[in-house]
Design a binder for this molecule. Structure first.
Ligand SMILES: [Zn+2]
Ligand SMILES: [Zn+2]
Length: 392
């Protein structure tokens, strides 16, 4: 590594830690977006702000544009509503907000790659840098698409990466197809009839019906979904009742549904309604269901995944690229991009002796040693996908 690169990595580490100290929630990434835009401006890169509210787009033309091709590299910028319990100098200064998913690191890596790509421009075509807001649940990728991202910056493919605890630093995991699940949210109001706790025969017990529904919902992944397909149905909240001796009128169950295949997602949604309605009916209760489709599944394009693997192998070594790991049941809104155009989303190992916490853990921290891997991956990916045209 030459001294210029080393100085660059030091500066990017400081930048990453500065963003970590000042985390911002979904669609509030104004300071972060300002840093990104200023950094890109300083490199002479064309910058577009407020794409999808707080998103930023940078456009780098290659030395040539014979192919007229264009690709999108994506980083996310938002933090989480959670405490920061790390005893480090760059700990969050914003109470209850923390970069618990490493999006500060993704932003720094893509900025580092932008500097290198703007300096060399050793590619043919156009690189579109996408700094998206609101990955954590609020669908910032969709907001950018709804704001005309593809019409304004017509890329042929989308590329993303995420640091990955549970994978050693220096390794990459690349799935040929599905890598992250679709996620939907549901609320089920179980409607009973209130009564005196000592006179249950006068009422309809919403708590008992809710308990049956919670149990019965588990029959969907166990007995309706094909055993070799994947699905999760989880009740995460139960709210109802106020007193020891009053049977409540309403109990609300809330949770999530996850699946990798659209057909499984639709099956689970359909059965959730049937199971809840009929389990409630067996006990004399009714249900009112709100079902909200959230993020689609993130499914890699197999050809792009092969290219990403080849590039990751050139950065990390062939033996460090894992192709057969099971996908995650967590969700990721990169899926909105990869639903529109072929996409590839890569996991990059975050773990070393000082970084062992999982994503969204209050002591999680992005591993700054990963910045160099991400930068090298991005820059080599561009020269691999948009090779300089041979002289005719
Ligand atoms: Zn996250
Ligand atoms: Zn994340």
């Amino acid at each position: 590594m030459n001294s210029q690169n080393f100085n660059g990595l030091e500066a990017l580490t400081r930048l990453r830690q500065d963003i970590h100290r000042h985390p911002e929630l979904a669609f509030e990434e104004r300071r972060t977006a300002g840093i990104v835009a200023a950094y890109l401006h300083s490199l002479g890169i064309e910058v577009h702000t407020e794409v999808g509210r707080t998103g930023v787009v940078g456009v780098i033309p290659g030395k040539t544009n014979r192919s007229q091709r264009s690709i999108g590299l994506r980083a996310d910028m938002d933090a989480l509503a959670m405490p920061d319990h790390k005893p480090v100098p760059h700990r969050s200064t914003c109470e209850g907000v923390m970069h618990g998913c490493g999006h500060d690191g993704h932003t720094a890596m893509l900025l580092g790659a932008a500097a290198e790509l703007a300096r060399t421009r050793a590619f043919d075509g156009t690189v579109v840098l996408i700094f998206q807001p609101a990955e954590e649940g609020a669908g910032g990728a969709k907001a950018m698409l709804d704001d005309g991202l593809l019409e304004r910056f017509p890329v042929e493919s989308f590329w993303g990466l995420h640091n990955w605890p549970g994978v050693p630093l220096g390794q990459a995991v690349i799935h040929a197809t599905a890598c992250m699940a679709a996620v939907d949210y549901f609320d089920i109001d179980v409607l009973g009839k209130g009564c005196h706790g000592g006179m249950p025969q006068e009422g309809i017990d919403a708590v008992l019906a809710a308990a049956h529904i919670v149990t019965a919902l588990q029959s969907i992944p166990a007995r309706n979904v094909h055993p070799l397909d994947s699905a999760v149905v989880g009740v995460a909240k139960i709210h109802g009742g106020q007193a020891y001796h009053v049977g409540p009128e309403v109990v609300t169950l809330s949770g999530s549904v996850r699946a990798h295949k659209e057909s499984v997602r639709a099956l689970v949604e359909h059965r959730l309604h049937e199971v809840a309605e009929n389990a409630a009916a067996a006990l004399g209760a009714k249900v009112r269901i709100r079902y909200q489709r959230n993020y689609p599944a993130t499914v890699n394009d197999p050809a792009l995944a092969d290219i990403a693997s080849e590039v990751a192998a050139s950065v990390l070594g062939a033996e460090k690229v894992v192709r057969d790991r099971l996908p995650s049941m967590a969700a990721e809104d990169f899926s909105f991009f990869s639903r529109e155009r072929p996409g590839c989303y890569v996991w990059m190992g975050n773990d070393d002796a000082d970084h062992i916490m999982s994503l969204h853990h209050p002591k999680y921290d992005f591993n700054d040693r990963l910045i160099g891997h991400g930068m090298a991956y991005w820059t080599r990916l561009v020269s691999r996908v948009l090779p300089v045209a041979p002289h005719l």
